[in-house]
Design a protein around this ligand. Structure first.
Ligand code: CP
Ligand code: NVA
Length: 308
């Protein structure tokens, strides 16, 4: 069974093949109306379940549209409406879903839920975000960087803010795609040590620098995300804002990166918290390409999972 659960647990050669395929898929489609089917219909007669236990705009729409453009059909399911949200086990849900659909994408809270789904499903499972990682987002980000600036290998990527789930998958990508990574943020919100060690074991630099101005020196790409994630308690909001304010990505910070550095944010953004509007709407920002590339990258991920 070919699941797409995380970037660090997927072979480097497969990740590279998916990014290259995503680029070809995007180019082959060209600029046709959104409802036009792709020329290739690899998901013809396939049914895909999209399960959301948390809100989503991009993941929901890009997976749904991607499946349709590839000739398949989707069931978009909210966790609360399934028996899963009312006591049925993840394992039993996985067994039942596998009798009805050819592929499962799940956005959930605990990573254990994703792993249990994958263990008991007899169809591929894709991670659409957990509290701990967000691999589909980072596949789109690698595609976006390379579209604009060429190979990401050997570049310096800086994350400013909370060392969260998106940050974790970016660190995994540093190891797998061969780029250097620097985290800048307050110590209580450091990314997990395990992820930093993973990247270092792959032979890339994975550093922490508390001073954001120093951290972004020589950066090819600056990335941030919300200061409060969906799984974080709202009670942490004020404390986090106070801790993270010095790590806002603004024009002064971007001016210290390389002149051709790009800015990325997985979105949704909280303008003038983690990033100013001047940066988000400015010439270095590629956030809208990044959002669109979820579609193309995930088509490649789904095709890889299904071997089609
Ligand atoms: N970036 C991202 O995953 O967005 P959604 O939460 O809207 O799916
Ligand atoms: N870190 C954010 C990402 C949203 C796409 C969250 O988990 O809420």
């Amino acid at each position: 069974m070919t699941h797409f659960l995380d970037i660090h647990t997927t072979a480097k050669s497969d990740l590279r093949a998916m990014i290259d395929a995503a680029r070809r898929i995007k180019e082959a489609r060209g600029d046709v109306p959104k409802g036009t089917p792709d020329r290739d219909q690899p998901l013809k007669n396939r049914m895909v379940a999209l399960i959301f236990e948390k809100p989503s705009t991009r993941t929901r729409i890009s997976f749904d549209l991607g499946v349709r453009q590839m000739g398949g059909e989707t069931m978009v399911l909210s966790g609360a409406d399934l028996q899963l949200g009312h006591g049925e086990t993840v394992a039993d849900t996985a067994r039942v879903l596998s009798r009805f659909v050819d592929l499962i994408m799940i956005r959930t809270f605990e990573e254990a839920t994703l792993h249990e789904m994958a263990e008991h499903a007899t169809v591929p499972v894709i991670n659409g975000l957990t509290n701990r990682t967000h691999p589909c987002q980072i596949m789109a980000d690698v595609l976006t960087y390379e579209e604009h600036r060429g190979p990401i290998a050997g570049r310096k990527v800086v994350w400013s803010g909370d060392g969260n789930n998106v940050c974790a998958s970016l660190i995994h990508a540093a190891g797998q795609f061969g780029f250097d990574f620097t985290f800048t943020g307050p110590q209580p919100l450091d990314p997990e040590r395990e992820w930093i060690d993973f990247a270092r074991c792959q032979g890339v630099a994975a550093e922490t620098e508390r001073d954001p101005a120093k951290a972004v020196e020589g950066a090819d790409l600056v990335v941030t995300d919300t200061w409060v994630s969906m799984h974080d308690p709202q009670s942490a909001r004020e404390r986090r804002h106070n801790q993270l304010r010095p790590y806002q990505v603004n024009e002064a910070l971007m001016a210290r990166a390389k002149p051709d550095a790009l800015f990325m944010h997985c979105l949704p953004a909280h303008r003038d918290d983690e990033v100013t509007s001047a940066v988000m709407d400015g010439p270095q920002s590629v956030v809208w390409d990044e959002a669109e590339n979820r579609l193309h990258a995930q088509k490649a991920v789904m095709r890889w999972c299904l071997g089609v």
